[in-house]
Ligand binder design. Sequence first.
Ligand SMILES: Cc1cc2nc3c(=O)[nH]c(=O)nc-3n(C[C@H](O)[C@H](O)[C@H](O)COP(=O)(O)OP(=O)(O)OC[C@H]3O[C@@H](n4cnc5c(N)ncnc54)[C@H](O)[C@@H]3O)c2cc1C
Ligand SMILES: NC(=O)c1ccc[n+]([C@@H]2O[C@H](COP(=O)([O-])OP(=O)(O)OC[C@H]3O[C@@H](n4cnc5c(N)ncnc54)[C@H](O)[C@@H]3O)[C@@H](O)[C@H]2O)c1
Length: 477
Amino acid sequence: MTTAEYDVIVLGAGVAGENAADRAVQGGLTAVIVEPELVGGECSYWACVPSKALLRPAQAMRAAQKVKGAADAVTGPLDVDAVFERRDFFAAEWADAGQVEWLESAGIDLIRGAGRLSGEREVTVALGDGGARKLRARHAVVVATGSRAAMPRIAGLADAQPWTSREATSAPAAPTSLVIIGGGVVAAEMATAYAGFGTEVTMLSRGGILTTMEPFAGDRVADSLRAMGVVIHENAETHSVNREGDTVTVTLVDGRTIEAEELLVATGREPRTSDIGLETVGLTPGEWIATDDTMRVQGNHWLYAVGDVTHRALLTHQGKYQARAAGDVIAARAAGTAIDDQPWGRHVATADHVAVPQVTFTEPEVASVGLTAHTARAAGLTVEVIDYDLGAVSGASLREDHYEGAARMVVDRERSVIVGATFVGADVAELLHAATTAIVGEIPLSRLWHAVPAFPTMSEVWLRLLEGYGRDSAQSV
Ligand SMILES: Cc1cc2nc3c(=O)[nH]c(=O)nc-3n(C[C@H](O)[C@H](O)[C@H](O)COP(=O)(O)OP(=O)(O)OC[C@H]3O[C@@H](n4cnc5c(N)ncnc54)[C@H](O)[C@@H]3O)c2cc1C
Ligand SMILES: NC(=O)c1ccc[n+]([C@@H]2O[C@H](COP(=O)([O-])OP(=O)(O)OC[C@H]3O[C@@H](n4cnc5c(N)ncnc54)[C@H](O)[C@@H]3O)[C@@H](O)[C@H]2O)c1
């Protein structure tokens, strides 16, 4: 078996692996990425990009229909075939030539195959042609093998050939009916997309909808899904599943049954670590990989993990953020230069703990960052919660007739800084980064009064939220 040596070996060419390798190379090191599937990973082909491509056309159509003067110009149905074609384009027809070209331009080598740790700083790759290749890392191995859809233990589920997020985002056409198990982000986004295509959608949620967010977010998304014709069963525990030909029957614990052409299971993720040799480095196969804030795995000074596989924040932008820290710290440690691993330093992913932004692309959109009122109180903070009706902001009412939305700012009273924010409504995604900046910068509310939002934009909600808190309260710190 041939052995090749690199400064850094990265397992997995998803967004996190690509960025870790890139930063290491920019830091003067050599790097190779090992990838058994498509370069670009889940986000590019089966997650963020195709799901948003499926969602956007109906959202654009409905947005125009909510503006008098434009509404009469948009009266036809959605061209569903064209939506799927556009999605195919955004998923690059599930071919990775463009991403491979980028790897080459970035000076990163690629080996196609499945990698396994086989000892200290050593990886063995099972190549696509049945052969094997050994790789040695002079400095570091980065595990970026991501996550896959978790399959709950439900009688008959595997035999019923359910969709996971992969099939839901890459389906060639919309089924006539779809039942979704789950009430989280994937379930809510895919229910929105398929309802827009005319599919009869039923959601089965063990609890409610988007329950990890502020309660008003899930309530508004559920109301809107119902208005689109989606049937939502909350507190619904699935007992068993059975497929007969083109019909899947889901039986709930209380005896009710739901039939549909397809079944989507959207019940969370599990790490892709069951067969990557974790046992050879003292870790447990099948588990998430814990790291310190420089993304290094405790007990193995040469081993790092980034992205979903760490379970820190299962989002593309956070995985890339972690990867930038890891690639830079690996290069710095290799060069023997100073490490900046204090909170908010160059070589740490501090934001994972306090300011993770997320946009759920439902209608209404949900944009959230940091703590909710509930998690802030549970963390022991002295919390003040400011709510405002987003529809009462001029920028929102100009954007859409009868705009409906809500905004919440969660303040740590002792420091007089924002620790969380949630916006619900059309086009709130672009409001989020201001909140993230305020949290990361720990900007005192007294200073935020001087950040004047332009009129008439939806950002004026910031002024209303500050007024809700009170200028005197903001000054008192
Ligand atoms: C439906 C859906 C929609 C989403 N939408 C968004 C969104 O809008 N915004 C957002 O921020 N996040 C979104 N996410 C989350 C986002 O997709 C993930 O956080 C992101 O893809 C994780 O990137 P990663 O590089 O850690 O892992 P992945 O993208 O999973 O990449 C891991 C790579 O490792 C490879 N690999 C596996 N085993 C091995 C091995 N043994 N050797 C070598 N390579 C291996 C895999 O083939 C894969 O290519 C969504 C997720 C889903 C499911
Ligand atoms: N727009 C975005 O940023 C976006 C979009 C999609 C996914 N994602 C990421 O992907 C990850 C996975 O999303 P997801 O929706 O699969 O997971 P999730 O954790 O958001 O939701 C899982 C849902 O499944 C339910 N559930 C869990 N086990 C169950 C069981 N046995 N039976 C019935 N219901 C069960 C939970 O109660 C919850 O409602 C998320 O963590 C999210 O960060 C992000």
